[in-house]
Write a protein that binds this ligand. Structure first.
Ligand code: SAH
Ligand code: DHB
Ligand code: MG
Length: 226
């Protein structure tokens, strides 16, 4: 008898739990941030612990010192990303909803990362335009995870903010395979469109890593900017 009773989703979750425990992915800070998000009524759509660890590893592997996030929610992915930064590193994370931003600022402060994380409230497209106008130093890694229908626009705005050799990651681009039949589903349409836009982009070299686990079947787009 398998741990799942035959349901692949349950088996994926069971393996996710085993792996995260064996690899010490979750700690008190992350568990408390997840509990605070739930208590504040935030939707349960943050990255899973295993996915968060992957973001952490991507920052480390790329040696990123300046990270940009689009879509903060309660700060779970921001904590994974910011923990990988050197003490003088910086994460700028963009969030529309002031209630989400407040929860994130709390969680980030409790994680001891408020010296390197800035949460900017507003529509992400406006904040990205402001970053371009302010001619901020280029980012080394970007994580796109806000409203999926706007992913193509976010890609367009994010790429010029990246240094050559920078990494762009986008969450939730497989959506249980719904990207193959996206009609009537703006989230699936946005995810499909962004993959195709990356494929056409002269400066981007990318793949999609499909993922399974406690959040079901989804995928991460990972691109390097030439
Ligand atoms: N990255 C987070 C999850 C983000 S969920 C994590 O893994 O922990 C998506 C977030 O994007 C939500 O908080 C939502 O409020 C925000 N969002 C939605 N539309 C937005 C917009 N137009 N601009 C900025 N943020 C937006
Ligand atoms: C949704 C958003 C996310 O960022 C995610 O990781 C999972 C689901 C959503 O909007 O449904
Ligand atoms: Mg996501």
């Amino acid at each position: 008898m398998s741990a799942s009773g035959g349901d692949p989703d349950l088996a994926w979750s069971a393996v996710d739990r085993f792996v995260c425990e064996a690899l010490h992915v979750q700690d008190t800070t992350l568990t408390e941030a997840a509990e605070a998000a739930r208590a504040a009524g935030l939707p349960d759509i943050a990255v899973s612990p295993a996915q968060g660890r992957l973001l952490n590893l991507l920052v480390r592997m790329s040696g990123a010192r300046r990270v940009l996030e689009v879509g903060t929610l309660g700060g779970i992915s921001a904590i994974h990303l910011a923990r990988a930064l050197p003490p003088d590193g910086r994460l700028v994370t963009l969030e529309l909803d002031p209630h989400h931003a407040a929860a994130a600022r709390d969680a980030i402060a409790r994680a001891g990362l408020d010296d390197r994380v800035e949460v900017r409230v507003g529509r992400a497209a406006d904040s990205l335009e402001a970053l371009a106008e302010d001619a901020v130093a280029p980012f080394d890694l970007a994580f796109i995870d806000a409203d999926k229908a706007s992913y193509p626009r976010y890609l367009e705005l994010v790429v010029p903010l990246m240094r050559s050799g920078g990494v762009v990651v986008a969450d939730n681009v497989v959506r249980r395979g719904r990207i193959l039949r996206p009609a009537g589903d703006p989230n699936a349409q946005g995810a499909r469109d962004v993959i195709e836009a990356v494929g056409r982009h002269p400066r981007l070299h990318a793949t999609v890593v499909q993922t399974v686990g406690e959040k079901g079947w989804d995928g991460l787009l990972i691109a390097v900017v030439d």
